[in-house]
Design a protein. Structure first.
Ligand code: FE2
Ligand code: FE2
Length: 352
């Protein structure tokens, strides 16, 4: 007998009360739900799940029985319930019943012992299947939770890494926040998904991580850099890439691309590799626009902060030379978002 036969619910569908059937099933001690008449069976079975459905179709009612089986199989609640058809002429209906989704077809005159053995086996199968489904759902929930926790931890580690970097360059915080905000606006303007936009934005906060390798005398120099100092400063791109490169983390892979290529130019005149056009990874092209815009609207020892509209005109004037024109167009298309961002985090002091 099925492990859970005593707690199982069997739906019995028939035109007239199937007294012999009810009597034959009695040893299983299952709960039964009787549905009389095929016309109302669909509504009566409806969305109420049960462990097994027995359909007794006398005479020519087998056609209605087969229609009912097909209808039940289309219902999510009954898609996996065992269904048994009891008919007068098994040979005539077996193929159509199985094709409609029946698990078993028996003669209405089946021996009671044969009936309860086969029903008990189907209940056991349903029980094991439900158990397996339950375990699979539980495992899938656990896995989803573990993946979500790992993603949160990864993001937290990145934020803490950037906090550590800010200790060397304590004005960088708002610069990084504004660059990340502009990066999201550009990525969304380009039609990237929210997830992609958020990933590139978080990765953008590491674009200048290589600057932690630059001596204080250059990084904190209150005046203009000499040619040699500028060359040393340029090394931050390659050094940042080396710090982030070769990680299995998708975020760090984007971050290493950005660190390496955010000073490349669309026309090939940038550094460190002189990449051109779409040779530059998209994330690097996006952050180049966001980074330069924020540098322009920020005050430097050698220049005043530009008004945002003037900085936007600069980007538009250099679309196709310094910048990817699509990224500039995406930036301009999100101008209202960007003005809100600037108002929330004004750039009176900032780092490059
Ligand atoms: Fe940089
Ligand atoms: Fe920067």
């Amino acid at each position: 007998m099925a492990r859970d036969a005593g707690t199982a619910l069997i739906a019995l569908v028939a035109d007239v009360p199937p007294l012999a059937l009810i009597q034959a099933l009695a040893p299983l001690a299952c709960a039964t739900r009787l549905v009389l008449g095929f016309a109302d069976a669909s509504a009566a079975l409806g969305a109420q799940p049960c462990d097994l459905i027995l359909i007794e179709a006398a005479g020519t009612a087998h056609a209605q029985g087969i229609d009912l089986i097909a209808w039940l199989r289309a219902m999510p609640e009954h898609a996996r319930s065992p269904i048994v058809l009891l008919a007068d002429d098994v040979a005539a209906v077996r193929y159509a019943a199985v094709a409609a989704g029946a698990n078993d077809v028996m003669a209405r005159t089946v021996e009671p012992l044969d009936l309860i053995t086969r029903v008990a086996n189907l209940l056991e199968l349903a029980f094991l299947r439900r158990k397996a489904d339950h375990q699979a759902r539980a495992m899938s929930r656990t896995l989803e939770q573990a993946v979500a926790e790992a993603a949160l931890r990864e993001r937290e580690i990145i934020r803490r890494l950037m906090l550590a970097a800010e200790f060397r360059d304590d004005q960088a915080g708002d610069h990084l926040t504004r660059v990340a905000g502009c990066t999201i606006a550009i990525a969304e303007g380009l039609g990237l998904s929210e997830q992609e936009a958020n990933d590139i934005a978080l990765a953008s906060t590491m674009h200048d991580i290589g600057k932690i390798s630059i001596p204080d005398a250059i990084l904190m120099k209150p005046g203009l850099l000499t040619e040699a100092e500028r060359e040393e400063m340029k090394q931050h791109a390659l050094r940042g890439y080396r710090m982030l490169n070769d990680s299995p983390s998708h975020l760090l892979q984007i971050a290493s691309d950005i660190a390496l290529t955010h000073h490349e130019r669309w026309d090939g005149q940038g550094y460190p590799q002189g990449l051109r056009g779409t040779e530059i990874p998209l994330a690097g092209r996006i952050v180049a626009v966001a980074d330069v815009f924020d540098a322009l609207i920020s005050e430097r020892v050698y220049k005043k902060a530009w008004p945002p509209e003037q900085a936007r005109r600069h980007l538009e004037a250099h679309a196709g030379s310094h910048f990817d024109p699509d990224c500039v167009a995406a930036f301009v298309s999100r101008w209202s978002d960007i003005t809100v961002l600037i108002a929330e985090r004004p750039s009176d002091t900032s780092a490059a």
